[in-house]
Design a protein around this ligand. Structure first.
Ligand code: PLP
Length: 348
């Protein structure tokens, strides 16, 4: 009664409770943006944002190596809706022009890729998108707003699985789309109809989790670098993927763009998939579980968790072997985490 339009009705699916408004204001300030929209999961944020801005007949450029769920959305769901997708190597800007078509609308990247931690030429993604009138979307989950703020950097939309660093306690699922009002507004309209709203109690918990975001991510940056350095010097380790290591192929870009290298790393050890499974099963502080970005360290093999929905052939093409181990660094004491990895590696 007395409401002037549907959007003025207070209804949870419309994302307009006081909890939503408080959380959205906090997220937009965190990333230096005009506005933000919270969603029921990271995938709800990503899918709703894409569906709000794409039409059948459109074409998009996407980073070749993406989170498994996003990969599936790009390569299986969007084409079924008449949206064409091409993969690009984000580290090689010279290769992008030949992939662009008159129908190209959008460029989609991750700030640090999952699970190999590639950091693309993000400045060039912004410049290329502006030059050709494309929308630039970035999944900023891995970097978190503490290490990277995509909107002041020039991206149109910053997306998050708020399930991860933003919440930080591995006890809820949520997502976020952050950017200018003119870009976020159509996503809200689409969200209202597709239904991926955030439950207000989860909004309350997420708002509370964000209070410690900066402290958590600073601890994770520190532990991440310490663990990556330890692994890089271990005789049984073959390769370590962490952008903070000087021999990571994207170290220079990560140093230029980010204020910290984050808490995600991956590595391979001698002995193949069997030894990798043994290491994952042998850590006692780091739990073997999917997800990432929480206060507790987690260890997984992407082939059986985050990238299980890709075929073995797709994983192989991306350099994600069955022996790859991904480690999400928590806020525990760094020496304890290293001692835990040390005893696990001693068992192979
Ligand atoms: N983006 C990245 C980089 C992720 O790692 C994940 C989940 O692991 C998602 C998006 C999807 O988020 P959610 O599980 O909250 O839907």
């Amino acid at each position: 009664e007395g409401e002037s339009s549907y959007d003025d009705v207070r209804y949870i699916r419309l994302n307009n409770s006081p909890n939503h408004h408080a959380l959205q204001a906090k997220l937009s300030q965190l990333e230096g943006a005009e506005t933000a929209l919270v969603t029921s999961s990271g995938m709800a944020a990503i899918s709703t944002a894409l569906l709000a801005h794409l039409q059948p007949g459109d074409h998009i450029l996407v980073q070749d190596n993406l989170y498994g769920g996003t990969h599936e959305l790009m390569w299986r769901t969007l084409p079924s809706l008449g949206i064409a997708v091409d993969a690009v190597d984000v580290c090689n800007p010279g290769s992008w022009a030949e992939k662009r078509k008159p129908s190209t609308r959008l460029f989609y990247v991750e700030s640090m890729s999952n699970p190999l931690l590639r950091v693309g030429a993000l400045d060039r993604v912004v410049a290329f998108s502006r030059q050709h009138g494309l929308l630039s979307f970035i999944d900023n989950t891995f970097a978190s707003p503490i290490n990277f703020k995509p909107i002041p950097f020039g991206f149109d939309v910053s997306l998050h699985s708020a399930t991860k660093y933003l919440n930080g306690h591995s006890d809820l699922v949520a997502g976020a789309c952050i950017g200018r009002a003119e870009v976020i507004e159509p996503i809200l309209k689409k969200l209202n109809i597709l239904g991926g709203c955030l439950d207000p109690h989860a909004a309350f918990l997420l708002e509370r989790g964000i209070k410690t975001l900066a402290l958590r991510v600073e601890a994770q940056n520190r532990n991440g670098l310490a663990i990556a350095t330890y692994l890089a010097n271990h005789p049984k380790i073959e390769q370590v993927f962490y952008p903070g290591l000087s021999d990571h192929p994207d170290h220079a870009r990560a140093t230029t763009f980010f204020t910290g290298y984050g808490g995600m790393l991956s590595f391979t050890c001698q002995g193949g998939a069997k030894a990798a499974a043994q290491v994952v099963a042998s850590t006692q502080l780091a739990a073997c579980a999917p997800s990432l970005g929480g206060v507790e360290s987690l260890i997984t093999r992407p082939a059986s968790t985050s990238h299980a929905c890709l075929t073995a052939q797709e994983r192989h093409a991306l350099g994600i072997g069955d022996n790859l181990i991904r480690y999400s660094v928590g806020i525990e004491d760094g020496d304890d985490l290293i001692a835990d990895l040390d005893q696990a590696l001693a068992q192979i």
